[in-house]
Design a protein around this ligand. Sequence first.
Ligand code: GAP
Length: 458
Amino acid sequence: MGPAQETRAPEVTLDEIVALCKRRGFIFPSSEIYGGIGSTYDYGHYGVLLRNNVKGEWWRAIIGERDDIVALDSAILQHPRVWEASGHLEGFTDPLVDCRTCGLRFRADNLEDAQCGRKPSMHPGEFKECDLTDAREFNLMFETHVGPVKDTASTAYLRPETAQGIFINFKNVLQFARKRPPFGIAQIGKSFRNEITTGNFIFRTREFEQMEMEYFVPPAEAPKWHSYWMDERMRWYTDLGIRDDNLKLRPHGADELSHYSSATSDVEYLFPMGWLELEGIANRGDFDLTQHAKFSGEKLEYFDPEQSEAYVPHVIEPAAGVDRAMLAFMVDAYDTEEVEGRKRTLLRLHPRLAPVKAAVLPLVSKEGMPERAREIYQEVRARVPAEYDEGGSIGKRYRRQDEIGTPWGITVDGRTMEDGTVTLRDRDTLEQERVPAEELGDRLAAKLAEPWRSPKLG
Ligand code: GAP
């Protein structure tokens, strides 16, 4: 699907996000010293912390704040029959065409977004030398071999979604979790797809991380729970600071629905490239449990003791991407402003998402300030994730913290040495107040627990 038309000019370009990620060590192109490997990225220190916070907030909403969902961490390598049952072996394909002239391969349904290998100003097929083959279906699963012998019997696949690991554990979980529908099983983990059209930084890559939850419900209740999870998932993004205007739910048309789905809506975000999918929320019906029961011979049902009957629960699935969510949070938070004649770039991230919550900075590297600042840092970091920084001018250190989205800066100065107070600087308002150093832990922990809305909303 191409980006929908959007007349608003983006507040930030993807190039600006890429540059900030590189400059501040969030994300690097993978294998860079060998020239890179297409659309694969490595996450540096702040990238790891931000990603972990995105995942942490998902776990908080899905497990921490409710009692009806349990966690799972299933293997990436699964029995190949899983992918037969799920339909991926047969149907998880993209139609591709090859160009016999330039040797490049393109998605047949996306030629208008691709560039001709010989004449990049034209689309494949438009240049007189183009010689395209007929479209052929290409499976997106990465194949590998289990064990020392490379034959068809040893073929296995890197999972293209985490969801199937949940369905094949339905019986295990039902036995141990003491749950009855409606209940959910949630997992976060890596998935792999040999995508043909990658690009747009971490938006679409071949290796990515998913946050998926399968919610098992009595069949008659499926539409109600589908609508419930659409609301819940939209709220998750807005509670974490994404502005309403940049988020929408888009129901799939009948021609877009996956083979397993009777209804799906995408949560879309207004990326710099246009409106694109952040998360899909599908009503999968009984497709998966029925298929796995058929292929494995196991009964995958719930026995309802009140009705004295067994039934196959229907499944509502909110399926999100960690990397896409992280990109959306960064895009929504990116801001620049002029302060005293200088441009300031900052990430106005929700404090709970910010990689570092507080930076402790001695004003100068003398007069006992670094030593006192280190003591304060040890106290603060026991309460909230913090960083100590004494290198360079104070202005430069604040610019660095602004760019990584640190919501609070603590400066230890001459007055600290006299009366024990520090300045507490707010990333968004730039207001500074004097606070007794021993109150910092409580103050910051309380601030972190407060509801938050994007300061961009005014
Ligand atoms: N189990 C259903 C499922 O996997 P999906 O819409 O194919 O549904 C769910 O994927 C989410 O995973 C997407 O909304 C997106 O956020 C993320 N995702 C899928 N493919 C991706 C890719 N190639 N790169 C990054 N994220 C991806």
